[in-house]
Design a binder for this molecule. Sequence first.
Ligand code: HDD
Length: 740
Amino acid sequence: MADQSTSADGLPIPGAPAPQAPSLAEPTEPREPLPPKPDQDGPETVSPTGVPTGAPKTSNAQSGRYLTTAQGARLQDTDHSLKAGPRGPVLLQDHHLREKITHFDHERIPERVVHARGAAAHGVFTANGAAEGITRAGFLAKDAQTPVFVRFSTVLGSRGSSDTVRDTRGFATKFYTDEGTFDLVGNNIPVFFIQDAIKFPDVIHAGKPHPDREIPQAQSAHDTFWDFVSLHTEAQHHTMWNMSDRGIPRSYRTMEGFGVHTFRLVNAKGETSLVKFHWKPRLGVHSLVWEEAQIINGMDPDFHRRDLADAIEAGAYPQWDLGVQVFPDTEEEMFAGIDLLDPTKIVPEELAPVQIIGTMTLNRNTTNYFAETEQVAFHPGHLVPGIDVTNDPLLQGRLFSYIDTQLTRLGGPNFHQIPINRPHAPVNDMFREGFHQDAVHSGVAPYQPNSLDGGCPFLAGADMGAFIDVPAPVAESRKVRENPATFDDHYSQPRQFFRSLTPVEQDHLIQAYTFELGKCYEENIRIRQLQQLANIDERLCAEVAAGLGLTPPAPAVAVEDADPSPALRQVGKAWPVDGRVIGILADETTDLAALDQVRAAIDAANMVPLIIAPKGGKLAGQVTAQRTYLTARSTEFDAVIVAGAGRHGADDADSLDAKAGNPSGHPAIDPRVAILLTEAYRHSKALAAWGPGAAVLAASGIPGDAPGIISTDPAQIVPALTELLSQHRVWERFPVAQTA
Ligand code: HDD
């Protein structure tokens, strides 16, 4: 316990009392300062001569006992401006007023031009050593443990937009390795819209809101986006993934991640191989359905952010395995006829299996959103010895863009000194001065070589862990602005993607295209995109055209057929159910002993039970209502159990029956219960009932013999639900034939 007679900043506290027990009233005495959290204290910056600077690493912001000015003077009042008398004018001399308001006026920094909305967490990466033969990166050696920080994001929306929009998701990981920081700045989609970075401003301008009215926010369902896509055949593959269920993930925890580009690994002997990075979520790949995603945008725009933070807080740490597809590093940089430098192409896992090289566990939430999630700066050029880039023209442009954007966003060239961006390897640079310089570099000779600082810092050789650029051959050629011919096929992989999906996934994709194109005003754009779809798959085109009321065009090009890749499907596998949320509708009629049993079984299965009651407070004075008919919506739950009578309350049951006229012969139920259940049913979620619950399902129009409806005694409910939830949804309930 720290000395209570001094504050965190070492000043005496006259008569400081012992800390008080928490109370609802506003505290009147200062409490013991909280110890700094690890993320409030970044690693030390080392001066050019290797000497720790000794400067305090971070301020005590909001951890000491007394409020101070930015200069550390204690304040007696922060609620009243200094005035010439209680009714008089405010005085210019009030430094605290001006400092407080000025700082507030400048609190916002520019949001990211893309990926503005994000959520992040800390964790650890543990390597299994499988990559030791192909890379000398120390953090991939067997059992090496490396701290990581991961930021997930949407691409198009502003910082305050909704989480569950249809969009690509960013999946950026910072590995704080002993040999320097490695950033794997990927997405949840393994291909990109464009093949050359020079087109990035074009695709983003097209996807962002229209520049005249600045609408729509965080949507691709508008004319400029589809104008661009329909004019760019290379964008068809990425767009196909966006229109699939991958565009609306259930959770960040259930997303795959991809490094997209091909990277070059180099081992201790200097041998190289080409790889593609994959993140495989331990919980499986799961998505929302479109109506559900739209409802969530209104009910809980922070759905993904909340889900990630809640899971980590509850100790249900999300995990991903990191894997690589490995290809021989040949002069052609091709594999199975696929150009490895083309970022619009995948290599199907059936042709090159993903080999697992380690596991990442996210186990700590952020302490301060701005300091960490907002200020973190990723860069695909942050590499470590053993990992190098290839000539993929998209990646090459990215190597310029990320440092450039941070100059504006984070206000200067020293953003690497912000705590979240500080490497955990010792930094010994000569990057002096500049805005917000935090390091106190010493020495007199910030140049290389020098004699005045004893030659320090010295350069390292490969044997001392230096990053050595792989001397990859560069073909003799002409300066040109063109792509290789092997980048030309833009249709065979989108076709392969569509044909690899199960019928229900194909149907969702068809609906998504029909929705998005249906939102375009310009018919020419719809027609042009239909032509693209016809080139990809005639049935896809015909079904979208039917939905739009247009005539499907004939294919304009001959496209090669590739074998379907079952690895691209989300449906058809069984996954752990950890963290699934089960809503339980309960009321005064519920058998509370059975309810206890069911809740305990859900807990034991690592899922989350939430009681939904007619109103707040406690049921029968015992069971806390965690949601009410007013605050609950089906979208929060993966499955719903009905354990009550579904009425607003015992008192008004008769009046509800009377109002409804009871035409169906079923008891009248609260309309919000009916909405909750019919939505869950429509979104193909598992439903269960016992006691009065079966009649509530029937009164909501839900057939008791439909797939995924469990009506049994309470002890059997959770095992049956677990079985259904391992498939994510009751797929048979979607109105689509189950075989192609
Ligand atoms: Fe990018 C941010 C992923 C192409 C330029 N990008 C950004 C983020 C992710 C990606 C996940 C958010 C990082 C964070 O959470 O802070 N970007 C990708 C992927 C791409 C890609 C997987 C293709 C394979 N990006 C790309 C190109 C360019 C950029 C071609 C420019 C030529 N990206 C940026 C940027 C951003 C960015 C403007 C905005 C904020 C930032 O960098 O730090 O520089």
